[in-house]
Write a new protein. Structure first.
Length: 721
DNA sequence: CTCTGCGCACTTTTT
DNA sequence: GTGCGCAGAG
């Protein structure tokens, strides 16, 4: 391939980054400025011009999706397979190193990954055993604390607990870590920390990796936390060069430990050159202008302003909805017209602040007959029935896995209750042995009632039998046999309703996922099962669903990062929702919310709608919110308020209401309403009341088609009749 | 031991 | 409005 092909078609700044000399570099890349393109071309450049071997390239991302995209785009560009190149997520690459050196890392060969849910359950069990009141110390909060400590590289021994609260947290942290170590389990934060310590404590190993990975590239650097930063720094050593790409304005994960400061810290620590990519290839000039204006309200910025050569485009439409139903119908009707105008649903997206908001939207889309796809929420491998099946497989692959044992010892119900279980737990704690072996010991010592003993023996037998018969089989057959023999299938088949059926289907899908799984040849797994189990923990199972159907894309603002759509709706842009209630309280959070708004707006390529509702049912309660402050921060000339235009079915003579007006139809066309429409709605309703006359008229309308129970009342100021 | 009903709490999320 | 943990009855 000709070198010029690598830089042709790039703008000056992009070219500067791609063809930069071998040195540490920060590419400050604004939204839609072609950062992935730069990373991909840089890798190709390193190979073509600097004659870098694929083995010497190490590229890190945050999500599997980003890693996958980078890999395929590199292959497309260099027109061959990425070979020995390491492209993956922080967790994926760390995990790979841990597998390869599990002994040095003090882990059993069959160590498994504990996800957030498992982690909380584990802590809950410990709290019970330690007699700690869960009301006062929610397991979730403690899990949060532990992860936060690990994210900053802090072990229990590094903590000085001054007050009783800290002391208690420390005690649980210590106990939790011991339990994990005994069971051969690592949580997500542990993967990174363990890998970091492994390299730090084994200089030969570290040197090996340092000498191999001469060229490091990191995406979305604004999202790195402390341990990730230290890990990169360690691997880079003094010889290697690193290119990081990031955007401080798109840092939206501060709440889970991401440090924007890492960008500036990198520039200092690594003596890096900075290149700014500010030309945007995605959005209209109007959308960019508004986004720039918004983000300028943040004080802590490195400074950057996006520009485009593209056209001005349409103004941003702001819609004041009466309530969330009205808002949803508005969105659905706009998408309907967009579809009817010959566009693809795929190219439209609805973005919201939290997942609970998707429900009403779904209903409106359904009513409008529009297909949709929701991203996020419960992922495939996190579903209850899937985790049950996986727990059996984990226990088969590692008898020490206490978390898996606890999960399935009595699933399906086989008569092993609390009493028997606490007996097993006591025995395990006293002898410091895994629950599995404690259970076996108890049965042999005959300390148990006949019924419980038989139940445990049956359970032990099922697992051991599966382990014996399984190893020869294909992975999918292993899974199938496990699901059947464990009794899980029967249990979920017996479950009535739509739910039960869906669960059985999911179990079947798990079997087919096993069939499709390819064991990576260059990673160190002792068996396909072990590889598959790691895969289910590290890849949450996104992409199982049918991505090919044309559908409206629905997701939270957080999960929209990195994506783009011609048509974007941001809904629920109200004080208390967005920015969220909680962000008012903590300092710095408001700026993060504003960055989130910036991220949302810059997803839009052609047209952006922003809506807010006057009134909204939240957690079963009616709430009234004012429009978000972010709306006021948008320049007037970029925004158009959508005015509901009204028709009255029997208009009063001479532009006035009269008692003879009994019915009003609100549509998307017709007359203009006053400059500030407080309440508006589509559909028809009965006029209850009116006041004033002519342009100052107000009508009160009841809409009874909304729900059987409550009537919606709309006030509208009519300008012309 | 297991099932049913009540009370509580509830951002954002990838790994 | 929903899901989950816990308490009391079967």
């Amino acid at each position: 391939m000709d070198v010029s092909e690598l830089i042709d078609g790039l703008n000056d700044k992009q070219r500067e980054a791609v063809a930069a000399p071998l040195q540490n570099m920060l590419v400050l890349a604004g939204a839609g400025s072609g950062k992935t393109r730069v990373l991909v071309h840089r890798i190709a450049w390193l190979m073509q011009v600097e004659h870098a071997s694929p083995y010497s390239i190490f590229a890190v991302t945050f999500t599997n999706k980003a890693a996958k995209e980078m890999r395929s785009r590199v292959e497309e560009t260099i027109k061959s397979s990425v070979g020995g190149m390491w492209i993956g997520t922080f967790h994926g690459l760390s995990h790979r190193i841990l597998r390869a050196h599990y002994r040095d890392a003090n882990l059993p060969e069959a160590f498994q990954i504990l996800d957030t849910d498992d982690q909380v359950r584990m802590i809950r069990r410990l709290l019970k055993a330690m007699n700690i009141d869960e009301k006062k110390w929610p397991a979730k909060q403690i899990a949060w604390y532990i992860s936060a400590r690990k994210d900053e590289g802090t072990r229990p021994k590094d903590i000085q607990a001054y007050d009783i609260n800290e002391q208690l947290l420390l005690k649980v942290y210590t106990a939790y870590q011991e339990a994990c170590d005994r069971a051969g389990l690592v949580d997500f934060a542990e993967i990174l920390l363990r890998c970091f310590e492994l390299l730090q404590q084994h200089p030969t190993l570290l040197r090996h990796y340092q000498q191999r990975f001469r060229y490091m590239l990191v995406d979305e650097f604004q999202d790195t936390n402390s341990i990730q930063y230290q890990w990169l720094k360690l691997l880079a050593g003094t010889e290697n060069t690193m290119m990081i790409v990031g955007d401080d304005d798109q840092s939206i994960y501060g709440w889970r430990g991401a440090k924007i400061e890492n960008i500036t810290r990198f520039v200092g620590d690594f003596n890096a050159e900075t290149i700014r990519l500010e030309q945007n290839y995605r959005s209209t000039a109007t959308i960019l202008k508004a986004s720039n204006a918004l983000i300028e309200n943040n004080a802590e910025r490195m400074g950057k302003s996006l520009w485009t050569e593209g056209s001005e485009g349409e103004p941003i439409s702001v819609y004041a909805a009466f309530n969330e139903l009205d808002e949803s119908r508005f969105v659905a009707s706009k998408i309907r017209s967009w579809l009817n105008a010959g566009n693809k649903l795929d190219h439209s997206a609805i973005l919201y602040r939290n997942n609970a908001q998707s429900r009403v939207l779904e209903e409106a889309l359904l009513q409008e007959g529009l297909k949709y796809r929701i991203y996020g929420g419960m992922r495939f491998f996190e579903r209850q029935e899937i985790k049950d099946a996986l727990a059996y497989l984990r226990l088969i692959s590692n008898r020490q896995d206490d978390a898996a044992f606890e999960r399935v010892i009595n699933t399906p119900a086989r008569g092993i209750g609390d009493k028997t279980l606490s007996h097993i737990r006591d025995c395990a704690r006293n002898e410091s042995m895994p629950l599995w072996y404690a259970a076996k010991a108890i049965v042999e010592e005959k300390h148990l009632s006949g019924r419980a003993a038989t139940a445990i023996s049956r359970f032990v037998e099922v697992v051991e039998k599966l382990d014996d018969s399984i190893t020869e089989l294909e992975l999918a057959e292993q899974a199938q046999l496990t699901i059947e023999q464990s009794g899980l299938l029967a249990m979920y088949q017996a479950e009535k309703g739509e739910k039960g059926r869906a669960r059985v289907e999911n179990l079947e899908e798990l079997i087919s996922a096993c069939g499709q799984y390819d064991l990576p040849i260059d990673e160190d797994f002792s068996s396909p099962l072990q590889g598959f189990l790691a895969y289910t923990s590290l890849e949450s199972g996104e992409g199982q669903a049918d991505e090919h159907e044309d559908a409206v894309q629905m997701m939270t603002l957080h999960s929209a990062k990195g994506l783009e759509f011609p048509l974007v709706f941001m809904v629920g842009v109200e004080e208390g929702m967005f920015p969220s209630q909680q962000s008012h309280e903590e300092s710095g959070r408001l700026e993060e919310e504003r960055r989130l708004c910036y991220v949302g707006m810059t997803r839009a390529m052609e047209k952006l709608y922003i809506s807010h509702a006057e009134s909204r049912r939240l957690y079963g309660q009616e709430k009234h919110h004012s429009p978000s402050r972010f709306l006021r921060e948008l320049p007037d000339d970029c925004v158009e308020e959508i005015r509901i235009k009204t028709q009255v079915s029997r208009p009063a003579a001479s532009g006035r209401f009269s008692p003879s007006v009994t019915h009003a139809v609100f549509e998307d066309s017709g007359y203009t309403l006053g400059q500030r429409v407080l309440h508006a709605k589509f559909g028809a309703g009965t006029v209850l009341n009116y006041e004033g006359s002519g342009a100052q008229s107000r009508i009160q309308v009841n809409f009874d088609d909304v729900g059987s129970k409550w009537l919606v009342t709309a006030y509208a100021r009519l300008q012309a009749m």
